[in-house]
Design a protein around this ligand. Sequence first.
Ligand code: HEM
Ligand SMILES: *[C@@H]1O[C@H](CO)[C@@H](O)[C@H](O)[C@H]1NC(C)=O
Length: 502
Amino acid sequence: MSEDNVGTPLANSVGLVTQSPLAFALVLVGLYWAQKIIRGADSSRPPRTPYWIPWVGNAVEMGKDPDGFFSNMTKTLGPIFRVTTLGQERVFVTSPSLISQVYRDSQNFDFLAVRVEIGRQAFSIDDRVGTTPYMFDNYMPALHHILLPANIKSMTSTYLQSAHDTLVGAISSLDGASGPLKTIIIPPAYRAAAHAGFGPDFPAEKTWKGFTTFDESFHMINAGLPRFLFRKQFKAWEGVTDIIQAYLEEKKDEVHELSPFLQAALDGRQAGWTERDISIILATQLWALQANAIWAAYWLVAELLQQPDGLAPLVAELDAVRKQWQAAHPSTPFGPAFFDDMIVSNPKDVPLLSSAIQETLRYSSSTFSMRHVTAPVQLGGYELRPGDKVICVTRQTHLDEDIYPRANELDIRRYLDPPRPVKDGKPVPNHFMAFGGGVSMCEGRHFAMTELRLFVAILLTYATLEVDEGCTTRPELSRERMGLGIMHANGDMDVILRKRKL
Ligand code: HEM
Ligand SMILES: *[C@@H]1O[C@H](CO)[C@@H](O)[C@H](O)[C@H]1NC(C)=O
C-alpha cells in the first residue's frame, strides 16, 4: 500500500509541504476560494467582509485600524456584516438604529451566556459560582442596587477623601517638577477608586502591579487565545485575589462595617461560595471599577493640554464655584467639604466639567456590546440564526460625522446643550454609548461620572499643569484595546505640575 501511494495527490502534496510551504499555502487558499465561489453567497445572510487568508480573515486590518475598517465596511456593505478573524465569524452591527434593536431585544439577543463566558475565560470564575441562579437572581441584582445613584453616597465620600488626600500630598511634593502625566493621574485615581469600592484601609497600592500586569494583556486574554500563553498574567491576577482574600480575613470581625461591595460578595456564603470564590468575584469587581475610569481621567487632561485653551475653561468654571462657595462659607476651612457640596451634590453648577467628561468618554471609548442569538431573528433585512455572535460597534456612532460634526476633535462644549442628532431623517436617541447599553449597560456609570468630576475638580483646584516644552512625545489611543471600553494610552507626555496658591 505504501508503494502504491507514490505519485498520488496525497504524496505530492506531502512533498509540496516539505519542499515548498508557500506553494502549499497558495494551494490551500485556492481550494478555499474555489469552494466559496462554488457555494456562492447567501443573500438572506449579512454580507461577509472580503479577505484572502483563510482563518486569519480580517484580523490584521481590523487590528491595525479598527475605526477605518468598520467605516469602510459600513460604507461598502451597510451597517451589518459578518467578519472572520482568527477562525471566528461574528456579525458586526455599526448603526445606532440597529444597535438599539439589538439592545431592546434581550430575548433573541442574549447577554447572560456572554457574561458567564467572560467570567470563566478571563476571570477564572468557576461555573459552580458563575452559572448558578444565586449569581443571576441575588448577586447581580445586589450589585445593581449598590450602584444606583441614590446608593453611592458612601462610596463617593470615600473616593473624595482618598483622592483629596493623595492628590494634595502628591501636588505638594511634586510642586515645580516635570514628570510623565500617567504617573500624576493613574496611581491616585486607582487608589481612590479602590478605597471607594473596598474601604479606606484596603491596601490598594499592593494590588496595583498585579492589576496592570493582568489588565495590559486583557484584550488578548479575552480574545480566547490559549490560557498557557498568559501564565504570568493569571498568576498576577491570583496575587490580586490573594490580597483581597487576606484583607477579608483581616476584617472578619468587622463585617458590618465593610463596604457594600464586600458585603454583597460575602453574602455569597449563603450559596456555598468559599472565601476564595468570594475573593475571585471581588477581583472582577475591582477590575470593572478600575479598567476604564482611570484612563478617562488621563485622556481628559492629556487631550486638553494639547488644545490652545488647555485646561483654562475648566479651571475658570471651578474657580467660580469655589469663590461662590467660599463666600457662602466664610468660616469653613477650604477642603473636601467644598467638593462634597458643589461637585457631588450640585453637578449642575459645573456643566462644562460634565460636558468635558462625557465628551472624553465619547472620544476615547471603544465599546463592543456582545450578544448571542438564541432564535432566528431578522436584523437590518438579514436573517440571523441561533448561535450567531453579534457585536455592536458603538464607537462608529461616536465617530459618525452626521451625528457628531468634527467627530475626531475633542470639544468640551459638545454636551453643554444635550445634542439631538438626526440621521437619515430620524432622531438618534442612543448617540452616546460609551457605557454600552441594554441589559449589559455599565452598572457603574453613575459612580464613574461622579468620581471623574471629583478627580478633575480636585486636581485642577490645587494644581496647574502644563506640557513640558522639552518633551516631544504625545500619547496615542491604543487601538489594540478595541471593544473593551476606554482605550489605554500608547506613549505619554511630560508635564510640569505646580501647586496653586488658593
Ligand atoms: C469611565 C468609566 C467606565 C466606563 C466607560 C465603563 C464601561 C463599561 C462597559 C462598556 C461595560 C459593558 C457594557 C456592555 O456590554 O454593553 C461595563 C460593564 C460594567 N461596569 Fe463599567 N465602565 C466604567 C466604570 C465603571 C465603574 C466605576 C464601575 C463600578 C463601580 C463599573 C461597573 C461595571 C459593571 C459591574 C459592569 C457589568 C455589567 C454587566 O455585566 O451586566 N464600571 N462598563
Ligand atoms: C479604507 O478605505 C480607504 C479608501 O479606499 C483605504 O485607503 C484605507 O486603507 C481603508 N482602510 C482600512 C482600514 O481598510
